[in-house]
Design a protein around this ligand. Structure first.
Ligand SMILES: *Cc1c(COP(=O)(O)O)cnc(C)c1O
Length: 737
């Protein structure tokens, strides 16, 4: 019978052979000795300074496409003749195209000016030139990475890029011999975005949780698996028991690697083929039966719905994932965050204790590595340590790192790998890269221990949409979300990768964009680490500027969400602010670099990464700070109104653009909201939703330009806007400042 599964397997085999051939040829693309170090060569630039270069490369892609077409069976007929090109219909069509194109180009001017230093809003800045070129050149070939057949070049690029992202994030790729001996191999692929990557991560975690239940049933009932009936498995507590003897709760609390090894072990120990296992499991798996039938058969002893835990700062993709996967958004449990908007470990522990006590299965605990609103990094190291503790007590779950925003930031601390020695003469005095906070370094060092990681090349990779990615620590995780029999994965002869995910057709151009960008700009200190390190420097300088912006005579104050180290340690806060005022604000980059103490403090201040959240408050007529949260929110909404683009407007009229968000107690928890309200001066006021302004600072060049620090202009624009907003909400305040 030619079921879709059989058809897939056949396509698979062919793809595998094709790939083996390509792998043997010498012109296989790679990342060896290719990185470069000049930031100024990587972007088009705020004034399109690299326009000539970009144009030359783009024209080359078109010319090269033309050569390619002409050389493919050169004697095949041409179709579009000179005569046709002179026909009235042709000329009319071209006129219409010209007109339509020009009006589209004009309309596109209503777009957001992400490239400008005046844009300090969402997660967007300039794109890397290699990213643009990789996308453009590959787009002309229109490859579809859903299957190798439609992407004979770009599927290979996706595999390369998947490995590169895994290595960047801290997953080690063992050599082939080690893999043959059973070492765990990571695997990553390109998704359309971080949302889909997060959904896939939970999809695989959900299927992993239920896999042992299905396998136990199959072992018990299916004669085809009889030989494997006595297979034993190690429990998280260390004991070994036959799988068929475990009760439901034990089956729901096995370690990922032990579960994922089962199919291979059944083949090795009991000579049951992978196809037989896949066919048998299809009669019992959640994937086939659906939640209702699966629960009826296997979960009757579990009264509480399984859950996954996410910090209150979670991205919207998690409730979506819960809904799509039938988990239920109510079972995506918010863990409150601490005063720094990081997942609160004590609260997590309490929730896990309850899960253990009440036998609530836990799919996954999510740690966010760079939250969307404030770039807070959750304590990944402590989450992993806590899991080890609960594992001993019989509660097991996977840990997912949502590094959609913050994954590339690890390159700031990653030593250059496969890069040539630096050139002696570099581009003149680039802005300095700032080191990461000690806390952040610790979390990045632990990141390789999580089971899956989402990372978005189209965010901190400065690569065109759509390019998200999901990386698994153990490549066998991907087999849980496909309908075809797993293949043994060595990494260099991998069949089509498009079957391991939610998406169908997907642009091979996206993989080419990530590939070329990573080839020119390596995800290590001298490559992405340099862009992001300099962007962090910009962000921290802007943070310091906002922190110190309000003078005693100003009718407003500015309160960043990020607390100062002195606030965290209970040290002398006023002295620290004075230090920042004297040694950072208003100092040139070079002066700061030469000042060891200033650099040291700079590394530790501001957000964990480069997203600033901050709010203004105002002083009333007697000079007292307003104590009513509703009024504070009104001011910040009025400010946002002035600093955001209205639909249909001509964007040339905007002098500064930021974004906004509301931080709520329902998600963030009382600790964070109470503390921030207190710092804003509205601690006694009712209300638990705080409107903040938000600036994602991705621009590495904003601190120093040929015309001085652009931060002066940004401060000037903030002053202009706050004066106008105050006049609007409090007419009596006009005339001050
Ligand atoms: C942006 C983001 C996502 C979702 O990514 P998209 O590419 O926008 O779908 C998920 N998690 C975090 C933390 C994000 O910042």
């Amino acid at each position: 019978m030619d079921t879709p599964r059989d058809a897939l397997s056949q396509g698979f085999e062919k793809a595998r052979q094709g790939l083996q051939q390509v792998a043997q040829s010498s012109d296989l693309p790679n990342f060896d000795s290719t990185g470069t170090r000049a930031l100024e060569a990587w972007f088009l630039g705020p004034k399109a300074e690299n326009a000539d270069e970009l144009e030359r490369f783009i024209v080359e892609a078109i010319r090269d496409q033309a050569f390619w077409r002409r050389n493919f069976h050169p004697s095949d007929p041409t179709h579009i003749t000179g005569e046709m090109k002179r026909s009235p219909e042709y000329l009319e069509a071209m006129d219409s195209l010209t007109e339509g194109y020009q009006s589209l180009l004009a309309f596109l001017k209503k777009s957001v000016p992400f490239f400008s230093p005046r844009y300090q809003g969402h997660m967007n800045w300039d794109l890397t030139i290699p990213g643009i070129l990789g996308y453009f050149a590959a787009m002309l070939y229109n490859p579809n990475n859903v299957a190798f057949e439609g992407s004979t070049a770009t599927t290979i690029l996706e595999i390369l890029v998947g490995d590169d992202l895994c290595q960047m994030l801290g997953y080690t790729i063992p050599d082939r011999e080690a893999i043959d001996r059973g070492a765990i191999r990571p695997w990553g692929h390109i998704t359309c975005d971080g949302t889909v990557a997060n959904i896939e991560a939970l999809w695989s975690a959900r299927n992993l949780k239920f896999y042992p239940l299905a396998l136990q049933a199959a072992l018990q009932a299916d004669p085809a698996l009889a030989a494997g009936k006595s297979i034993v498995i190690t429990l998280p507590t260390g004991a070994s028991r036959p799988l068929i003897e475990l009760d439901t709760w034990e089956l729901l609390n096995l370690q990922a690697d032990d579960i994922l090894a089962l199919p291979t072990r059944l083949t090795a120990e009991s000579q049951i083929s992978r196809d037989t296992i896949t066919a048998s499991l299809a009669q019992y798996s959640l994937q086939s039966l659906g939640l209702q039938e699966f629960s009826r058969r296997f979960l009757s002893q579990i009264d509480k719905s399984p859950v996954f835990l996410v910090p209150g700062t979670k991205h919207y993709s998690f409730p979506k994932a819960a809904a799509v996967l039938g988990i239920g958004a109510a079972n995506a449990i918010d863990v409150p965050v601490d005063k720094d908007a990081r997942l609160n470990m004590a609260a997590l522990k309490d929730i896990l204790e309850r899960c253990l006590l009440e036998k609530i299965p836990v799919y996954t605990v999510v740690g966010v590595v760079g939250s969307t609103e404030e770039s807070a990094i959750d304590p990944i190291k402590d989450i992993l340590a806590l899991r080890a503790e609960f594992r001993q007590r019989g509660l097991e779950f996977t840990v997912h790192g949502d590094a959609a925003w913050g994954g590339y930031h690890i390159s700031v601390m990653r030593d250059d790998f496969d890069m040539p020695e630096p050139l002696a003469s570099l581009v003149a005095a680039p802005p300095p890269a700032v080191p990461l906070k000690h806390y952040v370094i610790e979390q990045f060092q632990a990141l390789g221990g999580v089971d899956s990681i989402t990372v978005d090349p189209h965010k901190s990779g400065y690569i065109p949409y759509p390019a998200g990615a999901l990386c698994y620590r153990n490549s066998a995780m991907r087999d849980l979300v496909t309908f075809s029999a797993p293949v043994v994965f060595h990494g260099d002869a991998e069949p089509t990768v498009g079957i391991y995910g939610i998406e169908g057709s997907k642009p091979g151009a996206a993989a080419a964009a990530v590939y070329l960008s990573h080839r020119v700009i390596r995800p290590s200190k001298s490559g992405y680490g340099k862009i992001i390190g300099e962007a962090l420097f910009s962000c921290k300088k802007l943070y310091a500027r906002l922190l110190c912006m309000a003078r005693p005579e100003d009718p407003f104050v500015v309160v960043p969400v990020s607390r100062l180290p002195a606030e965290v340690d209970g040290a002398d806060l006023a002295a620290q602010i004075q230090f920042i005022r004297d040694r950072i604000v208003g100092k040139t980059n070079q002066e700061i670099i030469n000042d060891r103490d200033a650099m040291k403090l700079l590394a530790e201040i501001g957000p964990d990464q480069n997203i600033l959240a901050y709010a203004f408050n105002f002083k009333n007529a007697s000079g007292q700070i307003n104590t009513d949260l509703a009024q504070t929110n009104r001011l910040n909404k009025a400010l946002y109104d002035r600093l955001s683009i209205n639909p249909g407007d001509d964007i040339y009229g905007y002098d500064l653009i930021v974004s906004t968000t509301d931080l709520n107690a329902a998600q963030y928890g009382a600790t964070f909201i109470t503390d921030y309200k207190h710092r804003l001066g509205v601690g006694k006021s009712a209300g638990d939703s705080i409107t903040v302004l938000r600036s994602v600072v991705m621009d590495p060049w904003v601190t120093e330009t040929t015309k001085g620090s652009f931060l002066d202009i940004l401060e000037h624009e903030f002053r202009k806007a706050v004066t106008a907003a105050l006049a609007e909400i409090m007419p009596t305040q006009t005339g001050r400042d």
